[in-house]
Design a protein around this ligand. Structure first.
Ligand code: C5P
Length: 408
């Protein structure tokens, strides 16, 4: 997703406490800088045993702070100066000891001191734990982590998997790219907090026989971007995806399917549990009347096999016809090659949905950018052309505004 400057103008204090995961902080610093953020690294004494300040200074382009008595600051108050400049403080890695210090409100070294001194209402504290699985599972660590969350910290992870000590379990720090996504999401307005969204995305694959089928050129990128944008906006998101090679956005529950019928079967039980349904999937209109159990062979006659097709169920129209109380607020997509708005308006009526988003199908399939026109009973509203994630965030804002205005 082309999203190079997602943190432009943001100033991040990146705090490192002691742990093997310190090596990942170098890559994280690079990603934050690449995303447009300015990064001030602050390290505990233990962190400097795992990675040198030299590396992090080179990658952040700023002298690293390690000492609360640093006389370089004219007022000799690095804890105040550093935390007043920051838009967020991210502790990665956060050791068991550092989380304990935060829980207690300790202030005897620079990093915990600046966490305590930060203006909490405008400078969030994000904490990425990293430790051995027994340390993470220990009641003291669980108690301390619950305490810092209750005090307003956002706890990111940890992940499960291989650990530096050779054990396997919960306690790995999230990967740098995941922490970057968490930070980007943190700065998005929570327009769908407390809401839920169901999204379909990608093509469907309709089998002819075990080795062949019909499908289309949808990449799934627009639907995945919408799922991500909705999750960033605070919604609980379920994504029903056809066969695509895309990573699941963080925090999104994904259900993989192949055919239109499987997509319908996955969507129908979910629909009443969600408040919004956004159908971006390019569902195949027809499927072979009968999928052959064995590969169809050439018979030497020169004649191709006669394939009969039947129409697939219309997933969006089926959901839009659910009774009130079970029916989410429905958004359809219209991928057309010409007369885009006119076709979208016909679709609005035919499918019985309050909003259709029109785009130029052949021009956008597989690409990272798109152009969207919102068509509803009030009229047409074109969003400025842009990358799919930016458009997805704008669409989420439009959906949130319409839902706030509707009597659902
Ligand atoms: O009918 P058409 O494919 O032109 O409409 C596109 C919209 O309907 C999209 O939102 C698409 O996801 C949805 N759709 C569907 N099930 C189908 C066909 C389309 O949900 N079988």
């Amino acid at each position: 997703m082309s999203e190079t400057l997602a943190l432009q103008g943001r100033h991040i204090v990146l705090g490192l406490s002691g742990g093997v995961a310190c090596y990942k902080a170098a890559e994280l610093t690079r990603l934050l800088v690449k995303a447009g953020a300015t990064v001030q690294v602050v390290m505990t004494e233990a962190a400097t045993r795992f990675i040198t300040p030299v590396t992090l200074q080179a990658l952040s382009g700023r002298a690293v702070h390690t000492d609360q008595w640093d006389a370089r600051e004219p007022n000799n108050m690095p804890h105040i100066n550093l935390s007043r400049q920051a838009d967020a403080v991210l502790i990665a890695p956060a050791s068991a000891d550092f989380i304990a210090r935060l829980a207690q409100g300790r202030a005897d070294e620079l990093l915990s001191l600046l966490c305590l001194a930060r203006p909490a209402e405008r400078c969030a504290l994000l904490v990425a734990p990293a430790m051995n699985r027994e340390m993470w599972a220990h009641p003291a660590t669980q108690r301390n982590t619950a305490q810092i969350a209750a005090d307003g910290a956002h706890v990111l992870g940890p992940a499960a998997g291989d650990q530096a000590c050779g054990e396997v379990g919960d306690g790995r720090m999230l990967e740098p790219a995941e922490l970057l996504d968490e930070l980007i999401a943190h700065f998005q307005p929570k327009l769908l907090a407390g809401r839920s969204m169901l999204v379909t995305a990608g093509p469907t694959f309709e089998a002819i026989d075990p080795v062949r089928g019909i499908t289309n050129l949808s990449s799934g990128k627009m639907g995945f971007a919408i799922a991500r944008a909705a999750a960033e906006a605070g919604a609980q998101v379920t994504l029903v995806a056809g066969p695509v090679q895309l990573p699941t956005p963080r925090g999104v529950h994904r259900i993989d399917v192949q055919s239109a019928q499987q997509m319908l079967d996955a969507v129908l039980p979910q629909a009443p549990r969600h408040q919004v349904f956004v159908a971006t999937a390019a569902v195949a209109d027809w499927r072979p009347a009968q999928a052959q159990a064995q590969k169809i062979k050439k018979d030497g006659s020169g004649q191709p096999p006669a394939l009969a097709f039947i129409e697939n169920p219309d997933i969006l129209a089926t959901v839009a016809r659910l009774p009130t109380g079970q029916r989410p607020w429905c958004v359809g997509f219209a991928a057309e090659s010409h007369d885009i708005v006119a076709h979208a308006r016909q679709k609005l009526a035919r499918k019985g949905v309050p909003l259709i988003v029109a785009n130029n199908g052949p021009a956008t399939f597989g690409r990272d950018d798109n152009q969207l026109v919102l068509v509803d009973a009030q009229g047409e509203h074109a969003l400025p052309p842009g990358d799919k994630l930016t458009l997805a965030r704008q669409l989420v804002a439009e959906i949130a505004r319409r839902m706030a205005g509707s009597a659902e």
